[in-house]
Ligand binder design. Structure first.
Ligand SMILES: [Mg+2]
Length: 268
């Protein structure tokens, strides 16, 4: 009992310390909303600022990640710091880890044919590669998308890998499932994309599929069309992972889809 009390006290003290550090006042805890859990105010995940002028930022992110909020152009200005904290703090990595843990468990449970035809589709941006170095300099998605600036960044070919995706990639290769990389980046980015992928350890993939330079199709049309070609060529898409719903929607989707977090931008 004494241990339990000590543990509860430690949690409360840590939460109070965190609240002080972030400028949280006790008055802010009571915002008139009925509490459904005593720890709710201590989590303090969206922040008082996040409530100014709209829904709290964690609720905004929930709507984004569930494909409820669509066709949004930028992160709301009031949520820039929230998204920055989410991306650079532990939560983004923890959420990515939860997705990849499930993907690995699923893959390890598959009964493979052994004919080498099973593939797993990977997206590039915010999936195999992380563009956080770019977005950290551009308001974490609160600034309008700038294709010139982002294009110049991708040409540098120095984006880091998202470590969680890399773990999945390597494990699939051990299991005998071949990665296929399918990106909305256009053909003029093939060389820099291939270099970037290779430099951070993504090697041995079956295909690297980019959008034709002059294609005027939506992301879903392009990506589902490429997956259809894979299936028609005899491949079995056992899994499909991406950070955008447009990576995952559209027949054939793959036997299972895995959605990584990305509250920084929306690709329609
Ligand atoms: Mg992506």
């Amino acid at each position: 009992m004494a241990k339990l009390l000590a543990a509860v006290l430690a949690v409360v003290l840590a939460a109070l310390a965190a609240g002080t550090a972030t400028g949280m006042l006790s008055a802010e805890i009571d915002d008139g909303m009925p509490l459904i859990h005593m720890l709710r105010p201590l989590l303090h995940s969206s922040g008082h600022l996040g409530r100014l002028g709209g829904v709290p930022c964690d609720s905004w992110r929930f709507a984004v990640e569930t494909d409820t909020l669509r066709d949004w152009e930028t992160v709301p200005a009031r949520c820039e710091k929230y998204v920055g904290n989410y991306m650079l703090g532990g939560q983004y990595r923890s959420d990515s880890q939860a997705v990849v843990d499930e993907a690995v468990a699923y893959a390890e449970g598959l009964k493979l044919s052994g004919d080498g035809k099973e593939v797993w589709v990977f997206d590039v941006d915010e999936t195999t590669l992380s563009n956080l170095p770019y977005y950290a300099e551009h308001g974490f998605g609160s600034e309008p998308y700038n294709s010139t600036a982002f294009g110049a960044y991708t040409k540098l070919a120095n984006a880091p890998a998202l470590p969680e995706t890399q773990r999945l990639y390597k494990r699939l290769q051990e299991l005998g499932i071949k990665p296929v990389i399918l990106t909305g980046r256009r053909e003029d980015k093939r060389e820099s994309t291939a270099k970037n992928l290779a430099d951070v350890g993504y090697t041995g993939y079956e295909k690297l599929l980019l959008k034709p330079q002059d294609a005027r199709v939506t992301a879903v049309e392009f990506k589902s069309g490429e997956r259809k070609k894979l299936v028609d060529a005899g491949y079995v898409i056992v899994g499909n992972i991406g950070d955008q719903w447009t990576d995952l929607l559209g027949e054939p989707e793959g036997d299972r889809t895995f959605k990584l977090p990305d509250p920084m931008y929306y690709v329609g």
